[in-house]
Ligand binder design. Structure first.
Ligand code: SAM
Length: 355
């Protein structure tokens, strides 16, 4: 199925869509598989099988691949990881990507530990938006759950984001029963105080979440009912341009908003326009996909932009993935992988695919 967009100098073609007419709209670019946290729901082990150093794309290689993706219709790019700020000189990659006029939204997801140091340089390099993962307001809980005593650094990072002039700050919060599900209201209030929109994420059974079980998932329905009990009626926000997408954002009566990413109990595969490129150039068409497509090999063997575009076009046009919906139908749902399965292929890890 074909498509829009074009390589520089060519006239626009129609938009690239998959077998379910989903456009290729948004790319998550993981810049490293390393992380400086050990969140229990993502990367609980001390050590991992890391991607070989020489397999990691250079900034120039990543920028070129992104350019090919934008020639096919991608307009949103989010830098992620691992922890993207562990990648040396990340603002330089931002600067390269910001020079691509086809990217309408260039964003970063980070755990915030190193943000205070880098926020201003990221802004000056042309980054549009930042999302910070903040699961708890309690330093002792972060220590217990993510193995880090640096909660204060995250708060300092948040202050640096607004000082640097970023707007549209989002706070990602994975809600886990018995860990932080008593903080829903506190997190909403914290978001209001910091001019940030909170997005509650249902705990997902993705690679890396080896301790996942359904009873720890706090569903969208439960989150809404708890917030409703505190704040009164909550209404879904209809997103302009995406009327058929399931509501991800909600509004309180005072007009302030929050989000819920309900990939576990109410997946949105039908409108999913996202794909993921790992730090070593493996392209995943779904967070749950068993396998990715190696773009590094053709890139390094001298493929032209048009040849790279042809590979991407072929795979996206044949895309049938709806991994989260299929997981929902799995009988006796449990963690997707155990440690041995993850060690067999590091690409199965969430921190490699990029959240
Ligand atoms: N290190 C960065 C960060 O902390 O935001 C970016 C990478 S992290 C893998 C991206 C997002 O994935 C984070 O918001 C994290 O909370 C989320 N995540 C990781 N494992 C998850 C899981 N099992 N269920 C739901 N969200 C998860």
């Amino acid at each position: 199925m074909i498509y829009s967009a074009s390589l520089p100098g060519q006239s626009p073609a129609p938009t690239l869509v998959d077998t379910m007419h989903r456009p290729i709209g948004s790319l998550r670019l993981s810049v490293t598989d390393r992380c400086n946290l050990r969140c229990r729901y993502c990367m609980p082990e001390a050590d991992y099988l890391w991607l070989p150093r020489d397999s990691i794309l250079t900034f120039e290689e990543a920028e070129r691949l992104v350019r090919v993706f934008t020639s096919l219709g991608v307009t949103k790019v989010r830098l992620t990881g691992g922890e993207p700020l562990l990648r040396h000189d990340l603002p330089e990659l931002v600067r390269l990507l910001a020079g691509n006029p086809a990217i309408g939204d260039l964003a970063l997801t980070t755990n915030g530990l190193l943000l205070a140091r880098h926020a201003e340089a990221l802004r000056n390099a042309g980054l549009d938006r930042i999302t910070v993962s903040l699961d708890t307001l309690h330093a002792d809980r972060m220590l217990e759950f993510a193995g880090s005593a640096r909660h204060a650094d995250v708060l300092e990072g948040l202050a640096a984001v607004s000082a640097a002039g970023f707007r549209g700050l989002k706070l990602n919060c994975v809600v886990i029963r018995g860990y932080n599900d008593d903080e829903l209201v506190d997190l909403i209030e914290f978001g209001r105080d910091h001019d940030a929109e909170v997005r509650f994420i249902e705990y997902m059974d993705v690679g890396g979440a080896t301790q996942w079980s359904m009873d720890q998932v706090v569903s969208q329905r439960e989150i809404l009912s708890r917030l409703d009990a505190r704040y009164g009626a909550i209404t879904p926000v209809v997103e302009p341009g995406a009327p058929s997408a399931p509501a991800e954002r909600f509004a309180f009566q005072d007009g302030s908003t929050f989000g819920i990413i309900a990939s576990t109990t109410a997946p949105f595969c039908r409108s999913c326009d996202r794909s993921r490129l790992t730090a070593d150039g493996t392209w995943f068409l779904c967070l749950y996909a068993a396998q990715g497509i190696d773009l590094r090999e053709p890139l390094r063997s001298g493929a032209s932009d048009e040849e790279l575009a042809a590979i991407i076009r072929k795979h996206w046009a044949a895309r049938t993935d709806r991994g989260a919906e299929e997981r929902m139908l799995a009988p006796h749902r449990a963690a997707l992988y155990q440690l041995g399965g993850l060690r067999a292929d590091p690409h199965r890890e969430m921190h490699t695919r990029g959240g």
